[in-house]
Ligand binder design. Structure first.
Ligand SMILES: [Zn+2]
Length: 92
């Protein structure tokens, strides 16, 4: 591969989704998740076990008395589905 910085954001997104099952891990140990067709960067801090997203719902989540936005919940669902092999699996 080599210089991945020359890729455009769109190309990088597709690369992440296709080659890494939607997950990319950076130098800080953060998982970067992508939902197909969505521009949001959904992040998971592996050392602190904390989720973050750059959408407005997550930024203002305290105002809405929510812990996560729907993107994070969707990524969590996808992860659980991959691990258990069942798409309906959900832990609250
Ligand atoms: Zn979000």
């Amino acid at each position: 591969m080599g210089d991945s910085r020359s890729l455009s954001t769109k190309e990088l997104e597709h690369l992440i989704i296709e080659k890494f099952d939607g997950v990319l891990i950076d130098d800080y140990g953060w998982e970067h998740h992508k939902l197909e067709g969505k521009d949001y960067d959904i992040r998971f801090d592996r050392s602190r076990l904390e989720w973050a997203c750059d959408c407005k719902a997550f930024t203002f989540r305290h105002k809405f008395k929510k812990k996560y936005c729907k993107h994070i919940l969707e990524v969590q669902d996808n992860k659980l589905a991959q691990r258990s092999g069942r798409a309906s699996a959900r832990v609250v």
